[in-house]
Ligand binder design. Structure first.
Ligand code: 5GP
Length: 303
């Protein structure tokens, strides 16, 4: 292999100037994210639209650490969850990495609306139950709506705490009397529904309310209470979702296959939602969900 000829002196000087200009341009992009004049999502979209842009040359790690609310530990954790190597530049990400980063940034972005009513939905086995149990334990002032269901209690489940366990006749009565905010047949088997009065009461008292329901239910809430914020809980990856589904070990092989199929269809619904939260770490996901309920105080309201 022959040695490459040295570039002429004048080229090297020009290249050096170009490198300095590029570095300056990248620093300007980081400053814009830090002072909130640009969102990280906008920077990423610009990078992907123009591979020669300053945005494309920015390291993902530097972009994320420019976001005012993100420290280096959370950035490192997020990058691991997103499957992005430390040294990667925004423009050098693969298609799936781009999709994951886009979703993650969209979920982080100050949501279009905050609301006292948040609906948490997502695919089977993504960990909705774990996230809502965490919220029940750590944020006791958030009302976690207790659903009615026609399925039988599992060991350890308490009537009135985990669900109101009712028979078909009682469920029919609740539907007929308009007592349910929404209801659906889940997994082609049992009926589940959200009793309306406790939700209405809590909202009237200014409390924060969380509904952990399936997609069909989330769509009904969107229609009947458009002020609700709909959150879609995402797995860190498809592989992780499969692992969680199979790892649960409570379903037969056919049931697992059926649930994987359902999960694929369910994942496709994420674009209907206001916010996406990646469930890599339960405490962090719970925190993100509760953050959405931070309704700004009215001017002059007591703190
Ligand atoms: P599980 O039987 O495992 O407790 O719950 C099965 C599914 O029912 C979960 O996906 C859960 O989100 C959903 N679910 C629980 N309560 C309700 C509800 O009140 N309404 C709707 N639509 N789905 C619910």
């Amino acid at each position: 292999m022959s040695a490459r000829p040295e570039p002429p002196e004048v080229d090297r000087a020009a290249a050096g100037r170009a490198a300095i200009a590029a570095r300056r341009a990248r620093a300007a992009v980081k400053r814009a994210v830090a002072d909130r004049s640009r969102t990280a999502l906008d920077v990423a979209e610009t990078a992907w639209a123009d591979a020669a842009s300053a945005e494309a040359g920015l390291r993902v790690r530097d972009l994320l650490t420019s976001i005012p609310t993100l420290g280096p530990t959370r950035v490192a954790k997020a990058m691991r969850a997103l499957g992005i190597a430390e040294s990667k530049r925004v423009g050098g990400l693969g298609v799936r990495q781009r999709a994951r980063l886009r979703h993650w940034l969209a979920a982080r972005r100050a949501p279009a609306a905050t609301s006292r009513l948040v609906v948490l939905a997502g695919p089977t086995a993504v960990g909705k139950g774990t996230v809502s149990a965490y919220i029940r334990e750590h944020y006791p002032d958030v009302l976690l709506s207790v659903s009615a269901t026609t399925r039988r209690p599992r060991p350890g489940e308490i009537d009135g705490v985990h669900y109101f366990f009712v028979d078909d006749a009682e469920f029919d009565r609740m539907v007929g009397a308009g007592e349910l905010l929404e209801w659906a047949v889940v997994h082609n088997s049992y009926r589940y529904g959200t009793p309306r009065p406790p939700v209405d009461r809590a909202l009237a008292e200014g409390k924060r309310v969380l509904l952990e329901i399936d997609l069909q239910g989330a769509r009904q809430v969107r229609a009947s209470m458009p002020e609700a914020v709909l959150v879609f809980l995402l797995p860190p990856s498809w592989e992780e979702l499969v692992r969680r589904l199979v790892g649960r070990g409570t379903e037969s092989a056919e049931e697992q296959a059926r649930r994987l199929e359902t999960a694929k269809v369910e994942l496709a619904a994420q674009d209907e939602f206001d916010v996406r939260v990646v469930n890599s770490e339960v405490g962090e996901a719970a925190h993100e969900v509760v953050d959405l309920m931070l309704v700004p105080e009215a001017p002059g309201a007591p703190h």
